[in-house]
Design a binder for this molecule. Sequence first.
Ligand SMILES: O=P(O)(O)OC[C@H]1O[C@H](O)[C@H](O)[C@@H](O)[C@@H]1O
Length: 314
Amino acid sequence: MSVEKIPVQLCKGVNGLEKVVLKEAKGSSAEIYLYGGHVTSWKNENGEEMLFVSSKAIFKPPKAIRGGIPLCFPQFGSHGSLEQHGFARNRIWSIDKDPPPLPTSSTSKAYVDLILKPSEEDAKIWPHSYEFRLRVALGPTGDLLLTSRIRNTNADGKPFSFTFAYHTYFSVSDISEVRIEGLETLDYLDNLQNKERFTEQGDAITFESEIDKIYLSTPTKIAILDHEKKRTFVIRKDGLPDAVVWNPWDRKAKAMADFGDDEYKYMLCVEAAAVEKPITLKPGEEWKGRLELSAVPSSYCSGQLDPQRVLLGT
Ligand SMILES: O=P(O)(O)OC[C@H]1O[C@H](O)[C@H](O)[C@@H](O)[C@@H]1O
């Protein structure tokens, strides 16, 4: 079904960096910087900000913006020879004026298509040709939809492999009042223990110290319950089997120049990712990774919310 697209507004953001503003008819909005193809804002129809961006975020290349949804490609973390999280989040993307059609069930009218291709410099550090197309869309109920399409365009017949994450920083009212449903009993690699493999215990994940875990082969849906705000973020993902959970806590927060000392209390990263099993593409092949974020009211007080309903619901 073709829907008439709302024209994209391009304007100047922090430090004069260009950004796209998306507005959906019922009032939800999003902002995406061409620097990094980086979503830095997602507001619901009441204008409430759902994502966390540090008050000390630098908004100046080559440093990635601290917060929002950094794109980790072609490498997640230090799982490889490239710089931490690869380089897609440190490059200037372009608006893709004539993208290949993207079959989607969404009736979204507010969306933008961005594209990143390697520069000659990039080819020196990662000797491959690719087209990375990102569509950011607002759904009719204010959901935020990200679709990444990465195609191998190598002319030399060479395949390439990569790891990937949507490194989402969620805004939370108080990290000690947050829990994650959907990752119970899963295996994970603990970045705080030399990436050793462990098995998660059987109930919701809560937070009282630094956490940096890559949960493996997770369900499609994960719920993040914010008790104080009575709000549940629901993550739906496709093509991204893993999920990274990260909060730096106080010591690491103090060590990050672009992060406030106490900001760890107000954020939580739950990152839809493909890390354990790198994705390999032959020339001409394309990978698609989808992320759908929604924020639903959760009558969570005294455990009334039935997380299974949230996770198993439609
Ligand atoms: O500071 P950055 O390069 O953005 O990385 C921030 C964090 O990203 C991920 O969550 C990794 O699992 C963490 O180990 C890392 O500290």
